[in-house]
Write a protein that binds this ligand. Structure first.
Ligand code: UDP
Length: 250
């Protein structure tokens, strides 16, 4: 442990290139995706990703509230990202703050680019993301959960939207930052990919890195997104193949 003022700074990378939680530079945290755990929503998904626990629920297409947001030629996509008061070490003040508003906005915009909104004019597709436990990367976990929830709700989309943060920690480009790496690293760059088209639909960056590092970070993130994409598809397959035995019996 080193120290900066009163704050203890953990050693983020061993001489062998092993991270604080035992991962290699390009390794994801363990990820579990469950499709359809909630029965009252039109679609839902639960994501456990490292120490993050995130639930997403989708309603719609349904009537637009507030009414003046209604659009005559397409559905609108509304997102509400919320962090539970008990999701972080220091109790988070409940309710909408600027960070939650920003995250809700960028997630809604990411989905607007894949949802076939023209098929449902004058309606709203509502996405709720509840972070139950947070350990960095919750906007990406939220995107992953909400994507699967949208598919579970049967919303027509061009593709799922896997997401992951890449960054720079102790001088190295790393995949999927945890909280210590997010707090004490040099850069954090969440991104979301539409795998079939190769388009990025969310890209944000805090901190600093060179253009060459940025290019490597993007490559690492795209590879990570493809691994996450496979898990998302597997979760949906599991959910719908579970219905099959009754079909076979019938
Ligand atoms: N965090 C916190 N309190 C807050 C907001 C964030 O403890 O009010 C923590 C939480 O673990 C979160 C991490 O800081 O996951 C990183 O937050 P950031 O804003 O970078 O978003 P995220 O990485 O979760 O998408």
């Amino acid at each position: 442990m080193g120290s900066v003022g009163a704050k203890e700074v953990p050693v983020l990378l061993s001489p062998e290139g092993i991270r604080v939680d035992g991962r290699r530079l390009d390794e994801l945290r363990p990820l579990r995706v469950v499709a359809g755990p909630l029965h009252r929503a039109d679609g839902s998904a639960f994501v456990e990703w490292g120490a993050n626990k995130v639930m997403a629920a989708v309603y719609g297409p349904r009537e637009v509230h507030p009414r003046h947001l209604q659009q005559n030629n397409k559905a609108i996509v509304q997102c509400k990202y919320n962090m539970a008061a008990f999701s972080v070490d220091e109790r988070k003040r409940p309710g909408l703050d600027r960070r939650s508003q920003e995250i809700s906005k960028v997630i809604a915009e990411a989905f607007e680019s894949v949802i076939f909104a023209e098929e449902y004019p004058r309606t709203s597709i509502d996405v709720y993301i509840e972070v139950l436990q947070a350990n960095a990367g919750t906007r990406c976990a939220g995107l992953v959960a909400a994507s699967v929830a949208l598919a579970d709700a049967g919303i027509p989309m061009a593709d799922l939207v896997p997401a992951v943060a890449v960054g720079k920690v102790a001088g190295e480009i790393v995949l999927d930052l945890n909280k210590a790496e997010d707090n004490f690293g040099e850069a954090d760059l969440p991104m979301a990919l539409v795998p079939q088209s190769g388009r990025l639909v969310l890209l944000q960056m805090e901190g600093h890195m060179t253009r060459e590092e940025l290019s490597r970070a993007l490559d690492m993130g795209v590879k990570g997104c493809h691994v996450i994409y496979d898990k998302m598809k597997a979760a949906l397959r599991d959910r719908y193949s579970a219905a099959r035995p009754t079909e076979v019996a019938a």
